[in-house]
Design a binder for this molecule. Structure first.
Ligand SMILES: Nc1ncnc2c1ncn2[C@@H]1O[C@H](COP(=O)(O)OP(=O)(O)OP(=O)(O)O)[C@@H](O)[C@H]1O
Length: 156
């Protein structure tokens, strides 16, 4: 469960988030909509502290993310994210992009991680691109690799 209380975020004089409060229950599907530049990405980036909120509280599964002593890397392991520009690792194949975090962060054996990565690439219709580097993929294909990569970590 995600709970946000009175979240504010400014960049210098630009006030982007002005007191957002929201609750998202487990398994609930929520769309954040609004005009370009209205703060949707800023809001999502605040949830795992890719942006530091100016004020307000964020809780994820009972953990206060905005607590200065929080172990944010632990929370990021549970929060999947597909970036607007995908941020695939350019020097890794599609398959390795999907397998690398479970190996490095979760300590999954390589064989298991690569098998699951292949399964996920297949799910997003890209098994034939497993050995291709991101520069040779279309925007939509890169996005699908990024989705497979997010799912590989079994986010909550
Ligand atoms: N790091 C930053 N420094 C300064 N201003 C920023 C920064 N990041 C975002 N902004 C500004 O904050 C505002 C909200 O940006 P944000 O990316 O959250 O919008 P968005 O709703 O996701 O837009 P889009 O739909 O176009 O992706 C914009 O005016 C943007 O220029």
């Amino acid at each position: 469960m995600i709970e946000v209380n009175n979240l504010h975020k400014s960049f210098g004089n630009l006030k982007v988030l002005k007191g957002i409060s929201e609750k998202v229950e487990e398994s609930e599907v929520v769309c954040v909509i609004g005009p370009s530049g209205s703060g949707k990405s800023t809001f999502l980036r605040c949830l795992n502290l890719l942006e530091t909120p100016t004020s307000g509280e964020i809780w994820i599964d009972g953990v206060k993310v905005t607590d200065p002593n929080v172990n944010i890397n632990k929370i990021r392991e549970e929060v999947g994210m597909v970036f607007q520009r995908f941020n695939l690792f350019p020097h890794m194949t599609a398959l390795k992009n999907v397998a690398i975090a479970p190996i490095k962060v979760r300590g999954l054996p390589e064989k298991e991680a690569y098998d699951r990565a292949y399964y996920l690439l297949k799910k997003v219709g890209l098994e034939d691109k497993a050995d291709v580097y991101p520069s040779s993929l279309s925007g939509g294909q890169q996005q699908r690799v990024a989705i497979a990569r997010a799912l590989a970590m079994h986010p909550k």
